[in-house]
Design a protein around this ligand. Structure first.
Ligand code: IMP
Ligand code: MG
Length: 182
């Protein structure tokens, strides 16, 4: 599928930047402890969002450490199946630390619930979650994000880090692609 198959810009660059700024204000309001906040991004989808968010947090006076974990759900394309696999763990020691998990989109909830549980098992003092997008109609397991950029309908979303079969991550805006049914 070529980039011109991306239908409809849902959120343009200015809308995303404005929302990231407000999210950083919301996070800063509850993150003023003596220790830096440890941001843990879920790769690969979160890399652009996290890069913007950590700089927006800096402008709000929040000191941060950054690490990533690579999680994959079995299957590819637009459908993810039930299992989440940890392909690469974080390297930072999060014992006793306040962690902000950062992901691109909360869909079935499996990735987020797996990641939160894992970070708590590693000894994090608190784990809060920030997602750029939430698709609440798709939830299959209970999962909660403390900070949400935008709520989106049940459509396949790409751009600003989100992919369809590894394409479209580089788009500076967020759009949707038509996807054939199951
Ligand atoms: P969950 O585990 O079902 O909540 O899925 C979360 C992961 O599935 C996200 O981190 C994305 O990588 C991927 N995903 C779910 N919905 C979409 C979408 O609409 N576009 C792109 N990726 C998606
Ligand atoms: Mg992802």
């Amino acid at each position: 599928m070529k980039p011109d198959a991306v239908h409809d810009v849902l959120f343009d660059e200015a809308q995303i930047a404005g929302r990231v700024r407000v999210l950083a204000q919301e996070i800063a309001a509850v993150s003023q402890g003596p220790e830096p906040l440890t941001l843990v991004g879920v790769l690969r989808g979160s890399f652009i969002f996290l890069a913007d968010l950590v700089r927006a947090l800096h402008r709000q006076g929040v000191r941060a450490r950054v690490d990533f974990m690579v999680l994959e759900s079995y299957g590819s394309g637009s459908s993810s199946s039930g299992n989440v696999r940890l392909n690469k763990d974080i390297s930072l020691d999060v014992r006793g630390q306040d962690v902000l998990l950062v992901d691109d989109i909360l869909d079935s909830g499996r990735t987020l619930s797996f990641a939160c549980r894992h970070l708590k098992e590693l000894g994090a003092r608190t784990v809060k979650a920030c997602v750029l997008l939430d698709k609440p109609s798709r939830r299959a397991v209970p999962a909660h994000a403390d900070f949400i950029g935008f709520t989106v309908p049940d459509e396949f979303i790409v751009g600003y880090g989100l992919d369809y079969n590894h394409a479209y991550r580089e788009l500076p805006w967020i759009g949707r692609v038509p996807v054939e049914g199951p």
